[in-house]
Design a protein around this ligand. Structure first.
Ligand SMILES: Nc1ncnc2c1ncn2[C@@H]1O[C@H](COP(=O)(O)OP(=O)(O)OP(=O)(O)O)[C@@H](O)[C@H]1O
Ligand SMILES: O=c1ccn([C@@H]2O[C@H](COP(=O)(O)O)[C@@H](O)[C@H]2O)c(=O)[nH]1
Length: 229
């Protein structure tokens, strides 16, 4: 297993409505243990925006008719920065870089952890995770969200949707489409999916709140989730 893991931490598990510090405490303990076992292991944590992103984007849409898409994205980006700064503070002793807000900019990555958040309008932090994974040679992106698997359709809207263990990029892209809308709720965003698909990357989607399962993915053991690609 490659020594670098990229974890795309959905905002829905960092701050589903307020900050979920029970989850973040577990994440802190488990990732530290994993990194202590082998000092050559490294982790990139890419933080999503969660409820604050959606609340502020919705506020703008309710106040301004035809709210500008880029302005909505900037509100989301600022929310990811707040979550990212919290993760950076939690892992400050293992993370020598400031919060990464441009995945293409200067990055040292001398510590065992790198924490990143939103960059610029037009996509979600999933896309930032793909850029960082490509840049640092990650073999797998672990996309942690509030849902255990990718389904044939959004299970919150379609009760007949079926969970999938694997799905090809072509099938996944057909499902999520190819257009971006601020705050879009999909297991992996369309822009990130195109980039990951072009790079022939693998993405595992799993429920991040199940910390044992996340550790199993990191350790290359059996897990519950969906492999895309
Ligand atoms: N085919 C699908 N399979 C599974 N979930 C889907 C599907 N289509 C849409 N979804 C929705 O995507 C949601 C997960 O995406 P969401 O963007 O909310 O999570 P996140 O990435 O963890 O959070 P954030 O975007 O705030 O960082 C699920 O809760 C589900 O309702
Ligand atoms: O690089 C980025 C990252 C994020 N955004 C905007 O922020 C929200 C929240 O991010 P999630 O990854 O979905 O939690 C996202 O929906 C975008 O509107 C961005 O524009 N650019």
């Amino acid at each position: 297993m490659n020594k670098l893991a990229v974890l795309s931490l959905g905002g829905s598990i960092i701050a589903p409505d307020k900050v979920d510090y029970t989850f973040l405490k577990q994440l802190n303990e488990n990732l530290r243990k994993y990194l202590k076992e082998d000092k050559t292991r490294k982790i990139i944590l890419v933080c999503g925006g969660g409820a604050p992103a959606r609340v502020y984007q919705e506020a703008l849409r309710n106040i301004v008719e035809n709210a500008d898409s880029e302005e909505q994205d900037w509100l989301g980006i600022r929310a990811t920065h707040l979550n990212g700064q919290l993760l950076k503070a939690i892992f400050s002793d293992l993370c020598t870089d400031n919060l990464i807000t441009d995945p293409t900019g200067h990055i040292n990555f001398k510590g065992q952890i790198l924490v990143a958040a939103g960059w610029k309008p037009g996509f979600s932090t999933d896309n930032d995770a793909v850029i960082l994974s490509e840049r640092f040679g990650g073999k797998l992106i672990i996309n942690l969200s509030n849902i255990a698997k990718v389904y044939t359709d959004d299970p919150k809207k379609n009760p007949d949707a079926k969970p999938l263990d694997t799905i090809s990029w072509d099938q996944f892209k057909a499902m999520v489409g190819n257009t971006w809308t601020p705050g879009k709720n999909t297991p992996f965003d369309p822009i990130a999916s195109k980039r990951a698909s072009d790079l022939k990357m693998k993405v595992v989607c799993a429920d991040g709140r199940n910390i044992e399962n996340t550790m199993a993915i990191l350790r290359g053991e059996e897990f519950v989730g969906t492999v895309i690609g």
